[in-house]
Design a protein around this ligand. Structure first.
Ligand code: FES
Length: 85
């Protein structure tokens, strides 16, 4: 488990093993725009401001992965991930 801080929204959520980042944020009132929810389309991609994402999508290139994350399915290696949403 890890925590995600949605920097623009000022909301911090706990993401458990059965939760997704998008799901946890959604429950806390931060709307993440989703489409495929399988890491394919890129609709849910946002910038990462801090932390080390655990990428699970098939959409981002290796280059893009350095500062972006697909919120529908990717997770975090660091205890806290700060995203620009
Ligand atoms: Fe399609 Fe996340 S909703 S990649």
């Amino acid at each position: 488990a890890f925590e995600v801080l949605a920097a623009k929204s000022g909301v911090r959520v706990h993401v458990g093993p059965d939760d997704t980042i998008a799901g946890a944020l959604g429950k806390a009132g931060v709307k993440v725009t989703l489409s495929c929810e399988q890491g394919i389309c890129g609709t849910c991609v946002v910038n990462v401001l801090e932390g080390e994402p655990d990428h699970r999508d098939e959409y981002l290139t290796e280059d893009e992965q350095t500062d972006q994350i697909a919120l529908c399915c990717s997770r975090s290696h660091s205890p806290l991930l700060v995203v620009d949403i």
